[in-house]
Ligand binder design. Sequence first.
Ligand code: ATP
Ligand code: MG
Length: 221
Amino acid sequence: MTVPPVVRLTEISKRFHSAAGTSIVLHNVNLTLEPGQKVSLVGPSGSGKSTLLSLIAGLLRPDSGTVEFEGVSLGSLSDDARADLRARRIGIALQSDNLIPFLSAQENVELALGLGRPPAGAAQARHLLDRMGVAHRAGHLPRHLSGGEAQRVALAVALANNPQLLLADEMVAQLDESTAGAVVHDVFETDMTVLFVTHNPALAKRADVQLCLRDRQVAPL
Ligand SMILES: Nc1ncnc2c1ncn2[C@@H]1O[C@H](COP(=O)(O)OP(=O)(O)OP(=O)(O)O)[C@@H](O)[C@H]1O
Ligand SMILES: [Mg+2]
């Protein structure tokens, strides 16, 4: 039996409508992510990188084309089933902060641990924060964290359900070079399939597969 790719996008198009008119962001994009691959995505600001991640996560629907996760078309699932798939199988670290503002760093991770499996509790949350080098900030509210600390807590949240696929938008943009290197090393050591967006060319080159989004298409870098 052949294993289906973790993600397969087939002829995906996405346009947005606004007061200024309609803009086509993605046009007939094809992309396959195989199990365990570490894939980087670069491209100019506004080229559609975050849009592509949201489509893969099932947070946005394409205008045409199909998004498959492990051989299952997201379009064939109900909203609840898509949310359940995300909670169990996909880790998402979005570009904008996705921490819950009134919960501490530790509680944010504990909550995420509870989504996909029985709550594993404080020790596991602490371990994830420690992996990201922010255990010393466990009791802090998000607004009391630095940008880079918040980014690492968000990554701990994304990793909490032990995802098959990690989608990370500007994963380490706010981190200094050595902290960024440690975080990327940690994530690359795992079996996860990782698709990460970056504006850092050196970081992009560390991936197995290096992609670029331009002219509404995904192409090898
Ligand atoms: N919900 C929306 N409604 C209207 N336009 C949108 C929406 N989301 C994104 N866009 C537009 O789609 C284009 C692509 O946006 P996207 O956020 O995917 O870019 P990006 O490549 O992630 O950029 P950056 O590197 O700055 O994060 C932009 O022109 C943006 O203004
Ligand atoms: Mg973006």
